[in-house]
Design a protein around this ligand. Structure first.
Ligand SMILES: Cc1cc2nc3c(=O)[nH]c(=O)nc-3n(C[C@H](O)[C@H](O)[C@H](O)COP(=O)(O)O)c2cc1C
Length: 252
């Protein structure tokens, strides 16, 4: 059996913060260090932090209910939090949600390669295309693009990011203090990726990380989401609600 913990980089759950024993310190590093040590001692395989790039406006178009009742907000930057958790653990896998909709592949590839290095090969990426209008509006778009366009962009982002991760072979760094040779340029190459949504020249400015690619996680449920997950993911999050199954699969 493998155990994965679904955490928040903020209050835990919509009402978990009200529990009499709940620690209110989610803005402090000590809070996440404590959670990380607990999970590692309990032999968890993975700590996962979901994310969204907005204060939700899903209730009546206003962010006020989210702030008033602590629903989906605040959300701290998950990779920063995972960096803190990596510093006090050795074994547990550490995964964060990062959106393909509002980041460039160079940013994503660089941040995740950096995190894979500093965690000694424990980085995971939950690849999402994001689903809130408020997220699109935080990045200059009038509303959420249609799902097929979101997954078409995600496909390009993954193609570009994997090529950036592959732009350094293993063993580039020589750091030869005698000769002054720092690295082997023949083991690094350009990417020159040109897509409809994203383009990047490369190479990445971070050497190949211990895992090569981070663990790739995806949770697509629509036909395009499931196709994408099947192509790219090492781990698939599946929320199998009975109402999306044909009736012959439902036991009454
Ligand atoms: C366990 C789980 C975790 C998820 N985490 C996030 C997340 O952190 N951020 C996000 O925008 N979407 C998240 N999603 C939503 C999925 O990325 C996806 O959009 C959703 O399952 C619907 O599938 P579709 O994109 O194919 O329509 C999560 C879904 C599941 C089941």
């Amino acid at each position: 059996m493998h155990l994965a913990a679904f955490l928040n980089a903020g209050p835990m759950g919509t009402s978990g913060w009200r529990h009499p024993d709940a620690n209110p310190g989610f803005l402090t590093a000590g809070y996440y260090r404590h959670v990380a040590k607990l999970l590692e001692a309990a032999r968890f395989d993975l700590a996962f932090i979901p994310d969204a790039l907005s204060v939700p406006r899903s209730l009546g178009g206003s962010f006020a209910p989210a702030v008033q009742w602590g629903s989906g907000t605040p959300r701290l930057d998950p990779l920063v939090i995972l960096g803190v958790m990596a510093g006090v653990t050795e074994h547990i896998g550490l995964a964060a949600t990062l959106s393909t909709g509002y980041h460039e592949p160079f940013h994503l590839a660089r941040a995740l390669a950096t995190f894979d290095h500093i965690s000694d090969g424990r980085a995971g990426w939950n690849i999402v295309t994001s689903f809130q209008n408020a997220e699109a509006q935080n990045f200059g778009q009038p509303s959420l693009p249609p799902r097929d366009a979101r997954y078409a962009r995600a496909e390009e982002v993954l193609s570009a990011a994997t090529q950036l991760w592959d732009s350094w072979d293993d063993g580039v760094l020589l750091q030869n203090k005698e000769t002054g040779e720092f690295g082997s340029p023949e083991k690094v190459r350009s990417v020159d990726y040109r897509g409809e949504y994203v383009s990047t020249q490369g190479p990445l400015n971070v050497p190949r990380s211990p895992q090569g690619y981070p663990l790739l996680i995806q949770a697509g449920a629509s036909p395009s989401g499931r196709d994408f997950a099947a192509r790219w993911a090492d781990v698939i999050f599946a929320a199998m609600n009975h109402w999306i199954l044909p009736s012959r699969f439902i036991r009454r």
